[in-house]
Design a protein around this ligand. Sequence first.
Ligand code: BTN
Length: 336
Amino acid sequence: MPSVKDRFLSMLINSSDYISGESASKALGVSRAAVNSAVMSLRSDGYGIDSSTNRGYLLTNRPDRLDNGSIGAFLPGERMDRITVLPVVDSTNTYCKDLARKGAPSGTVVISDCQTGGKGRRGRSFLSPSGVGLYFSYLMRPDSGIERISEITCWTAVAVCEAIRDCYGLDSEIKWVNDILMNRMKICGILTEASFEAESGTVDSLVIGIGINVNEKRSDFPEELESIASSISIENGGKTFMRSELAAALIKRLDALASSWPGSHDDYLDSYRSHCITTGNRIAAYTTVAGESEARTGEAVSIGSDFSLEVRFDGCDEITSLKSGEVSVRGLYGYT
Ligand code: BTN
């Protein structure tokens, strides 16, 4: 059950008019004193709350905070029961995998304002400073075998693009296999970690980790990422975006994904193809052979029905299907 403070914040966010102390205490089932203390605590978190003797309380300023009340304001009440919001954690994926091991149900979500050990793909780290990004993990228990897992990651890329559009009205692009870009700069990465049942080869749990650069400034990125990484804010004139709204939109889109898996394959494939900007470009595909990285160049032609990247390599007539995990792909002209 969310706290009085969280529930009152959700009420304030959803009200364009003053809420009287009396109606708040009735709706929340607590004393007027408890409402007062929630107001004081919210003010100390940076929320601007006007209080007027005859009218009650009105939210006048909402900082960009990731807390239960501001995420819950955009979700049905009972949905918050499976959501954990943390100020800081080593990695939301690690925390979520731990919950999965303890039997947490599908749809469990872990969100953090900061990660001290954010993990990226291929053993890399994921920069996760506090107060600007959205670090998010979603637990899914799909009824499928190992072979279709990489497809869920591609469905997730579609869900992220749709969530960004739902709440901010902005377009984003997918770089195969699952980087999300805005104006051809990376603003989001996805890392999916699965645990299998060895005997049957079925998936026990899947933790879908999503890291979105929302309000970072240029100076938040190290020099080596300057030409690759950006944030939604940088790509939109330095405006500040509310991360709590994006978190809620993402939860809705991932709930829809989980409940339509695997039946909605064709819809997700169509949407993936229309967001993907790798196709039609010259690319280099890197594979690791005996510890050495090998690159082959060619043209990315299309996305196959299993979300593989179909490439015509230079000097070859036939098309080669690249599966995620086997290769990493870079555009020859820029990051795409
Ligand atoms: C990549 O681009 O290499 C994938 C990055 C994935 C980062 C997210 S942030 C939330 C979740 N927790 C982690 O430790 N990693 C993922």
